[in-house]
Each structure stands twice: as structure tokens, then as C-alpha cells.
Design a protein around this ligand. Sequence first.
Ligand code: AMP
Length: 146
Amino acid sequence: MPYQHILVAIDLTEDCHPVILRAQDLAICNQAKLSLVHIVEPMAMAFGGDVPMDLSMLQQQQFDQARERLDSFAGPYPQLTAEQRHLTYGQPRQEIHRLAEEQGCDLIVVGSHGRHGLALLLGSTANDVLHGAPCDVLAVRLKKPQ
Ligand code: AMP
């Protein structure tokens, strides 16, 4: 059975392009729809939860900047029209799973830095997304920085 709707998750770093390219190739081969998502992690999460100040303006700026970057990353890929680009707040694993279910995706594509040892114990998003995923997950191996 060919895939019908592929969701590619990007972290808005330069590593995104090989991940999007792989997802795009698969979408073309399978004649599947392609959607893109980035999750903006709430600032309070980065500070460990309780922050005694109002971060709403900073968070809005963070969200607006992420929108600009998402649009510039998606620009060169004609399949990724504005309505196929999703930007949400939250925890990447939870949001990627939620969106995949909501949009009826049957494949999630993420990048993987191939961490092992302590780095893996500290967590990788690819690993996280795999656990409890509502559909297949493809981890695209990314090259280590030189
Ligand atoms: P990491 O394990 O954080 O190095 O990320 C590996 C891959 O997980 C990235 O190449 C993306 O595919 C995905 N990813 C990481 N962070 C996010 C995010 N905030 N939103 C969407 N996808 C993400």
C-alpha cells in the first residue's frame, strides 16, 4: 500500500533540507500528500516550568520568527503550500503525534543524528517520536557536523 499523507517534522536548522528532500521524494513516489510541521517549545519549558514573569510577548516574537523561518524553509518545495505548513506550540513528540492523527498521516519523517551512549540517554526527538507513534516513522540519518 503506498503512503497517502506524509508529515515531515523540522527543527528549523540547516539540517532540515535533507529531511524535507527525502520526504518529498517519498511523496512523489507514493503520489502522497506532503505536510510540514514545526513545534515551538514554550519558553517556560526551557526554564523547567515555573517562571515568575510574563513571557507572552517574547513567546509571540518566538512564534512569529518561527513562522518566517518555516515559510523560508518551505519556499523551495512546491508541494508545501501555505495550508500544508503547520506551526504549533507544545512538546514536539505530543504535537507531532496529535497532528499526524488529526491530518490522517500514515508516515512521519524526522531527522536523526544517530546519537548513541550518553547523548541517546539524554534524548533525541526522533527516538521520542517513534514511541507511541500513530503511524510509521522514518528517521533520516543526518551527517555529523565536520
Ligand atoms: P533532535 O533529536 O532534537 O536533534 O531532532 C531530530 C529531528 O527531530 C529533527 O531533524 C526534526 O525532524 C525533529 N524535530 C526536532 N525538534 C523539532 C521541533 N521543535 N519541531 C518539529 N520537529 C522537530
